[in-house]
Design a protein around this ligand. Structure first.
Ligand code: TYM
Length: 329
């Protein structure tokens, strides 16, 4: 049995990218492995949420996780800030993380571009906190989307560096995971790039049907194929990529054929795609609403998760302190 861990920032609602990039894999693994899933609320502080927003977001994301199919009786689901051990490991790992390598990460460079007025130290050391999240439980497999690949490489590097520095084989080197296949990048509806919280191009698991239809019908396309078998442009390829995750093979094959012989009508494709997304999202959305209204249940899940996660985290911190050389007088 392996230890599997995955997480999500609590800065917004869950979208299809989160679900098909990471969550779905995790849900498939929860029955066979020792699984941890957590809500990264320390990480969300890099964007300075208000106290009221911080709590509301965590609650929403917790309800969305549960509604999507994470079973709190089987997997350990917890909130990052309930584990002060993570903050301690982060501090310790920071001593062996070099400014140069942190400045070179793509996610840091993106953040500098996107929020130039708030380039804080938390953004720079974001991959170190991520490494702490993962290795605090000695996780070996980390279901994530393509966008997190580099952060996972850094987590592996920090684990290896710690082992090397102290001459131990203590931390497992974690690997990004998608059932032996390439990591997934779910595209957005704006023609280019990935679906993301800050990109405003996503479909959320809590979106009502009307909103889903509106978003899909507005998705960027092109002027249509003019010659048989012409290459597919990126915006249209992206719509097919979304169909791949929610539609059945026959429908995809039909629209691909229509594209190849230039009879495709993007309006029809979008209608079909929108209905398939609605079918997928509707039951999850209903469960989100039910769970969100049940504070007692959410409180119980968070408490149970924190207790289970702290058991593993406090053991790690105790052993790491020993390895580093902290001793009681
Ligand atoms: P976050 O909250 O941006 O995304 C959560 C998970 O969803 C995946 N994802 C996608 N996958 C495919 N296509 C997309 N368009 C897409 N958008 C998001 C992400 O790859 C991720 O797996 N830093 C992390 C949270 C985190 C974490 C960790 C994850 C903190 N510590 C430790 C794993 C392990 C983040 O911001 O993910």
């Amino acid at each position: 049995m392996e230890t599997v861990l995955s997480g999500i920032r609590s800065t917004g609602n869950l979208h299809l990218g989160n679900y098909f990039g990471a969550l779905k894999n995790f849900i498939r693994m929860q029955h066979e492995h020792n699984c941890y899933f957590f809500i990264a609320d320390y990480h969300s502080l890099t964007t300075h949420p208000t106290p009221a927003d911080l709590h509301g977001n965590v609650k929403q994301v917790l309800a969305e996780y549960l509604a999507s199919g994470i079973d709190p009786e089987i997997a350990t689901i917890y909130i990052q800030s309930d584990l002060p051990e993570v903050a301690e490991l982060y501090l310790l790992l920071n001593m062996n993380a070099y400014i140069g390598e942190l400045e070179r990460t793509t996610t840091f460079k993106d953040k500098i571009r996107n929020q130039p007025d708030n380039v804080n130290a938390g953004l720079l050391t974001y991959p170190v906190l991520m490494a702490a999240d993962i290795i605090i439980h000695n996780a070996s497999k980390v279901p994530v989307g393509k966008d997190q690949e580099q952060n996972l490489e850094m987590a592996k590097k920090f684990a290896r560096r710690f082992n090397h520095m102290y001459g131990v084989e203590y931390f497992t080197e974690p690997a990004a995971y998608n059932f032996g296949e390439n990591l997934v990048k779910i595209p957005g509806l704006d023609g280019t790039g990935k679906m993301g919280k800050s990109e405003g191009n996503g479909i959320y698991l809590c979106d009502p049907d009307k909103e889903i239809r509106k978003k899909v019908m507005r998705a960027v396309t092109d002027t249509g194929p003019t010659e048989p078998n012409s290459p597919i442009s990126e915006p249209v390829r992206n719509l097919f990529a979304l169909m791949e995750v929610v539609s059945d093979h026959d429908a995809i094959a039909k629209f691909k054929e229509d594209y190849a012989n230039c009879t495709i009508r993007y309006g029809d494709l979008k209608k079909h795609l929108a209905e398939d997304i609605c079918k997928f999202v509707a039951p999850i959305r209903e469960r989100i609403e039910d769970i969100k209204n049940n504070d007692v249940y959410l409180g119980r899940v968070a408490k149970m998760g924190a207790e289970k996660a702290r058991e593993s985290a406090s053991k790690t911190i105790r052993e790491v302190r020993e390895i580093i050389g902290f001793k009681a007088f």
